[in-house]
Design a protein around this ligand. Structure first.
Ligand code: CMP
Length: 140
């Protein structure tokens, strides 16, 4: 099967609690290749653009404020079936409902502070990777 790429974000809650290293180790143990990675701080405008798909949801404002409350770490992950596989190891959006031994169960606090983001489709993965990384930053 052909390798696929997906976009991962370690969110401000997991960065603040110093779990980014633990999350990266977890991802590597699951056999993902980390193609690219950087630590950044989003502006309000960038966070609103990234989460534009949720702009009509009641939690949109809180989500944007949370995502700009501290640094985040963004990764491009590569594996077979990467989009679905990463969502599997992340666990449900709400850590309380997440399966045991998933990232959100282990490191998430609540539905907003849920440690990580992962692209929800291959189409969005392509868009989200482009949002954060230039071609030059993507090792082949
Ligand atoms: P993420 O995978 O980054 O995609 C959108 C985010 O919105 C999601 O993770 C959650 O962190 C957040 N979210 C989803 N539902 C709610 C909710 N009901 N209240 C607050 N935040 C939410």
């Amino acid at each position: 099967m052909k390798k696929q790429r997906t976009l991962s974000i370690i969110k401000p809650d997991a960065m603040t609690s110093k779990n980014s290293g633990n999350i990266i180790s977890f991802i590597e143990e699951k056999n993902f290749n980390i193609v690219a990675q950087k630590k950044i701080m989003l502006t309000k405008k960038q966070a609103e653009e990234f989460y534009n798909i949720h702009k009509d949801r009641p939690f949109f404002g809180e989500l944007v404020d949370f995502m700009i409350s501290g640094p985040i770490s963004v990764q491009v992950l590569e594996a077979e079936n990467a989009v679905t596989y990463y969502r599997e190891i992340m666990g449900s959006t709400n850590p309380e409902e997440a399966e045991q031994n998933t990232i959100r169960k282990l490191f998430g606090k609540n539905i907003q502070c849920n440690a990580v983001h992962g692209s929800d489709s291959l189409e969005n993965a392509v868009k989200e990777i482009k949002f954060f990384f230039s071609e030059l930053e993507l090792i082949n």
